[in-house]
Design a protein around this ligand. Structure first.
Ligand code: SF4
Length: 264
């Protein structure tokens, strides 16, 4: 393992839960060693939808929403090279375009969008000593006219995943530290799909007490001298090493694959 990995590896909404198992965190995020897996169509859909929405809500592309260029955005979001057939790619493009159109059609905040895909990083220290960096990509930022002092961070989710408190806490913390000009902060998960689920809204009050737990886990992993397997509930939250590390464990949670890749 390389020296000084602590200043290179960042804690993100996607990897924060992996701190529960030192082997998993070390293998995937310190050594960056991911078991080979076939491309997952659900994950590609999640990534593609994020790319389209980024362009649709990006002021630099023109007046919002930029639906005139949807055709171009969607072709760029689903590269030909990732698909074994043009037919499957076209199917996914058609689905993504349908989801984006129906999301935008019911969106009351189009004109209140102040930013898209902001990746922000915060250094964290403890007792005056550098501990780690936390980082989050904020999909869309909204300031509504009736609450001009509140920043709403939108997290797009294409799939069935629910909202989990540790990733939510990281996103809110990064927003607050990097964009401190607001008085209040909220995180809204906006779902994309054929049947639009209502958004889920989380405020710092909802995740009170979560950050101290995360800090404890960061300290435990970042100061570790050994990285053993630590089986538990975390194994069932999509671990790509599950079959080699815990062959007896039920594989029921493999459905989380797409959600894990599309998080954040
Ligand atoms: S299967 Fe469980 S114990 Fe093994 S690396 Fe994954 S999370 Fe850790």
């Amino acid at each position: 393992m390389d020296d000084g990995w602590q200043s290179r590896v960042r804690i993100t909404p996607s990897n924060v839960e992996s701190l529960a198992c030192r082997k998993r965190f070390s293998t995937l995020y310190i050594q960056n060693s991911w078991p080979n897996a076939a491309p997952c169509r659900e994950a590609m859909m999640g990534v593609g939808v994020h790319v389209i929405l980024k362009n649709v809500y990006d002021h630099t592309n023109g007046p919002l929403p930029n639906l005139d260029q949807l055709d171009l955005f969607s072709r760029l979001a689903f590269p030909r090279s990732r698909y074994e057939s043009g037919e499957k790619r076209n199917e996914d493009i058609a689905t993504a375009v349908r989801w984006v159109r129906s999301y935008v059609a019911q969106d009351p905040d189009v004109e209140y969008t102040i930013g898209v895909e902001r990746t922000l990083t915060v250094p964290i220290s403890l007792g005056g000593e550098f501990l780690c960096r936390i980082e989050a990509r904020l999909d869309r930022l909204i300031v509504r006219p009736d609450t001009p002092h509140e920043l709403t961070v939108v997290d797009f989710k294409a799939g069935r995943g629910g909202v989990r408190e540790e990733p939510a806490c990281i996103m809110l913390l990064v927003a607050k530290k990097c964009l401190p000009e607001f008085e209040t902060y909220a995180l809204e998960t906006h779902y994309l799909g054929d049947c639009l689920r209502p958004p889920v809204r989380i405020t710092p009050t909802d995740v009170r007490g979560v950050w101290p737990n995360i800090q404890r886990r960061i300290r435990r992993v970042y100061r570790a001298t050994a990285f053993p397997a630590e089986p538990g509930e975390i194994c069932r939250r999509f671990c790509p090493m599950l079959s080699s590390c815990q062959p007896e464990a039920p594989k029921a949670e493999l459905v989380e694959l797409g959600n894990a890749f599309t998080d954040g």
